[in-house]
Design a binder for this molecule. Structure first.
Ligand SMILES: C[S@@+](CC[C@H](N)C(=O)[O-])C[C@H]1O[C@@H](n2cnc3c(N)ncnc32)[C@H](O)[C@@H]1O
Length: 351
């Protein structure tokens, strides 16, 4: 072995940063749960003040603040011995309505740690691990992480990027949201298009229960139904829009799902497929975003697909080309990239 000291030093430097980020992840989750970020965003505070305002223990809060300051997540004023958050820190950590609100991502990371023993085992057996078999942090984290991006993009840019769909929904259309999880996307659409009706489906009964409560709380319960159903069996016909948000690649038989979607669409209906952003070539995905998706895909998406019939296991970095093959094999005639963000591909398929 001829270890180059300079290269080793660089690699170890990266590792120190990575390890710090991993160890800090649960501090973000608990800071979010306890309202520490939200309170600190209101103005500078000492550990004692922040603990008093949030009903928490001062000694723990002091240690948490120091860890956050070392992470660059809060600022420390050594002269005043106070901590504060910049607008950018508050925007990402303290404001659940911000499109950049990030704590949900760390709940997903927590679920990956909690389920590591299950994934280790399926590496040996080759079996799948269903979405429903994960720790509940995954379901909560997925909604919390994805909703801000849907709030920032779905109504304002993704739906307008589809052919004629915005106009149909404004006039009063029929929409199916398939693989809806906790229903964040359904509720946002229902609020934006009060003349349309929304039918949302997911195979995971607990998620459907959470979604029903969320829709009632959001005041759209009259125009939205949530039902337990798979993507290959959900009921209804003549939909103007069928949407699949970040779930097609989680399915065992995405081609079977696509065939069923086609049979439920109106002749000029659209299928909106929102998938993780990816290039078609693996080597082009070897970057920070690909790193996030390949890691989550190893622990969550690929096992989820393998737990279902067919078990195609597209993975979270399938890319447009692979998705096009699946959609066209199911009989869709038209397929195009409608728009994209750094994290999402938004694809439209039509009969
Ligand atoms: C990553 S989550 C996305 C949830 C939601 N669409 C969102 O964006 O927040 C994937 C969802 O797909 C659902 N799912 C997986 N396979 C399914 C299938 N075959 N039929 C219906 N839903 C499925 C899971 O239960 C889970 O809620």
């Amino acid at each position: 072995m001829a270890v180059d000291e300079k290269k080793l030093g660089e690699f170890m430097g990266r590792f120190v940063g990575d390890l710090g980020a991993v160890l800090h992840a649960p501090l973000i989750v608990l800071g979010d749960r306890l309202g520490l970020y939200r309170q600190l965003a209101k103005g500078p505070a000492t550990p004692a003040e922040l603990a008093r305002e949030t009903g928490t223990s001062e000694r723990y809060v002091a240690e948490w603040l120091a860890a956050n300051a070392a992470s660059g997540y809060v600022e420390y004023d050594a002269a005043a011995k106070t901590y504060r958050m910049t607008d950018e820190q508050a925007f990402t950590l303290a404001d659940p309505e911000s499109p950049a609100y990030i704590p949900g991502a760390f709940l997903i990371a927590m679920s990956m740690f909690k389920d590591e023993h299950k994934v280790t085992e399926i590496f040996r057996t080759g079996q799948g691990l269903g979405w429903h078999e994960h720790d509940k942090c995954l379901f909560e984290g997925t909604e919390k992480f994805f909703r801000p991006s849907y709030a920032g993009n779905l109504v304002g840019s993704w739906i307008p990027a589809l052919g004629g769909v915005k106009e149909k929904l404004e006039a009063g259309g029929r929409v199916a949201d398939v693989g809806c999880g906790h229903g964040a996307s359904t509720i946002l659409m229902a609020k934006a298009f009060p003349r349309s009706t929304f039918h949302a489906y997911d195979y995971h009964p607990q998620s459907i229960e959470v979604a029903k409560r969320a829709a009632a709380a959001a005041g759209v319960g009259d125009r939205v139904t949530f039902e337990v159903a798979t993507a290959k069996t959900f009921p209804g016909k003549g939909y103007d829009l069928v949407a699949c948000f970040d779930c097609l690649h989680d399915m065992g038989d995405p081609e079977g799902a696509a065939r069923h979607v086609l049979s439920t669409l109106s002749p000029e209906g659209s299928w909106m497929i929102v998938e993780p952003f990816a290039h078609d070539e693996l080597e082009k995905n070897l970057n920070p975003i690909g790193r996030i998706y390949y890691s989550a895909s190893t622990m969550i998406c690929t096992p989820a697909s393998k737990s279902q019939e067919v078990g195609l296991a597209l993975g979270a970095q399938a890319g447009e080309g692979r998705l096009r093959t699946v959609v066209q094999a199911a009989g869709f005639k038209r397929f195009r990239r409608a728009t994209e963000t750094p994290f999402n591909l938004v694809l439209e398929a039509k009969p």
